[in-house]
Design a binder for this molecule. Structure first.
Ligand code: 2M8
Length: 438
């Protein structure tokens, strides 16, 4: 038996704050990692703001204002904002070529795809615990129109058929880039005529902890198509070879719409439109993505018109969103999360592997194919609390803090022994450590 790891909450909070401070680029944005990700990422920024809000509200609000500077004229909130121009991170702004779109923002460089809409959820969490409610409400009022436009863009550009579920057009949009549920749809993407490029993601991270080349090739191929189409969303929806209604993205969209509705109500803004969308989406999500046979939520491939039956951590995010019934929650928890062949410690030591351990594609150190990610642990933990599984939620919180205490603020961790993988000095790991301890 190895020694139990003793958590020192005060020391961890201090170290987490130091990581966020060290990653702060001129008070404008906080980069996700010390070396690997030198720009501002969409859902990273939301979590960073949440963590910062515990000790520096003005800086947290600044983080959000900076992210919103990247918003496109049609409301799209891009996945990366390059406030500081190019760096050794690829793709660089001149690869995205967003000037090909009439909707690109002026005076700021960004990517041309999106990421899961976590921002409204973080804003609501920050607002609800604000010591000065009035000042906080003023901030919410200031950014509400931008949040509303962002969500409206998702509801329209990414669900032109009004199914209630929004589509992603690139695995990067899921935030869980090489998750097993994208293997099948990515096989259907045939990368003909890939432009010349050089991968830079091994400069600071081991190659065997990053996506394989066959996937990376397709990541780049898809971006090249979108830029050729001038980022025209109608064309992208009609022609992108990758078009998926993702479990995690749609669960977070549902939660974010609920959170934005709550903010709208407080501001005295209309809420009927939200109610209608939420009812349609709740039904569509469960009708299309829940498998009664497996007791799991899956993703849906709109191109092949097929359910993607891969068991990965995205299946638990509907708990965070409140989309599951009590019975569905019980099946997810009892048949899967507590199952040692899938997620529970046994052979591995730590919750929650990002891929079920008995999934064909499980690799304990490769990116979204198996390692533990603190963002997922936090969402699963919050989801379990919502459904009354307090003990298991506490176990996952303990495991998360142990990983950080033992191996530092890493991007992800090997579920077998808790050693760190990926990027170092990772901001959302720090932000969520503060969130879990504060
Ligand atoms: C990872 O994604 C980027 C591409 O967006 C990359 O690998 O270069 C993902 O883990 C994503 O969810 C995250 O937001 C980003 C920055 O932390 O890194």
């Amino acid at each position: 038996m190895s020694e139990p790891i003793v958590i020192d909450p005060d020391a961890l909070i201090e170290q987490a704050r130091a990581i966020l401070q060290a990653n702060d680029v001129n008070g404008i944005f906080i980069k996700p990692g010390t070396y690997q990700y030198p720009h501002q990422w969409n859902w990273d920024a939301a979590l960073v703001a949440l963590g910062l809000s515990h000790f520096d509200r003005p800086r947290a609000e600044q983080e959000i204002r900076s992210l919103l500077k990247g918003q496109w004229k049609d409301g799209m909130l891009p996945h990366v904002v390059y406030h500081n121009g190019a760096s050794d991170y690829f793709p660089t702004p001149d690869f995205w070529q967003i000037e090909r779109s009439p909707n690109a923002p002026e005076g700021v460089l960004t990517s041309g795809i999106v990421q899961p809409p976590l921002l409204a959820t973080c804003v609501r969490l920050m607002h609800e615990r604000a010591p000065d409610r009035e000042a906080s409400l003023a901030f919410v009022r200031e950014i509400y129109p931008a949040l509303y436009r962002w969500h409206r863009w998702l509801r329209t550009a990414r669900d032109p058929e009004n199914t209630g579920l929004v589509a992603i057009v690139h695995p990067w949009e899921s935030g869980t880039d090489n998750a097993a549920r994208f293997v099948e749809p990515m096989i259907r993407v045939i990368p003909t005529r890939v432009p010349a490029y050089q991968r830079k993601d091994f400069l600071h991270v081991r190659e065997d902890e990053r996506p394989i080349q066959a996937e990376y090739q397709r990541f780049i191929y898809l971006i090249d198509l979108f830029r050729q189409w001038g980022y025209d969303q109608e064309t992208i929806y009609a022609r992108s070879p990758f078009l998926v209604q993702d479990t995690l993205f749609n669960a977070l969209m549902y939660r974010a719409q609920r959170d934005l509705r709550a903010l709208a109500a407080e501001l005295g803004e209309p809420t009927e439109e939200f109610d209608e969308w939420l009812a349609t989406t709740r039904y569509a999500f469960n009708a299309r993505l829940w498998s009664e046979e497996h007791g799991l939520y899956f993703a849906y491939d709109l191109r092949a018109r097929r359910v993607l039956e891969e068991n990965g951590c995205a299946t638990f995010i509907p708990l965070f969103a409140g989309l599951a019934s009590e019975r569905q929650a019980r099946r997810l928890v009892e048949e899967h999360l507590r199952n040692p062949e899938e997620y529970a410690p046994d052979g591995t030591r730590y919750y929650v592997p990002s891929q079920a351990k008995n999934n064909l594609f499980f690799e304990p150190r490769r990116y979204w194919r198996g390692p533990v990610w603190i963002i997922i642990n936090w969402m699963v933990m919050e989801g379990l609390r919502r459904y009354g599984y307090h003990e298991l939620a506490e176990t996952i919180r303990q495991h998360s803090l142990e990983l950080v205490q033992k191996s530092g603020f890493m991007e992800y961790y090997d579920p077998r022994d808790g050693t760190g993988c990926g990027a170092t000095g990772f901001s959302w790991t720090a932000a969520l450590t503060i969130e879990m301890l504060a």
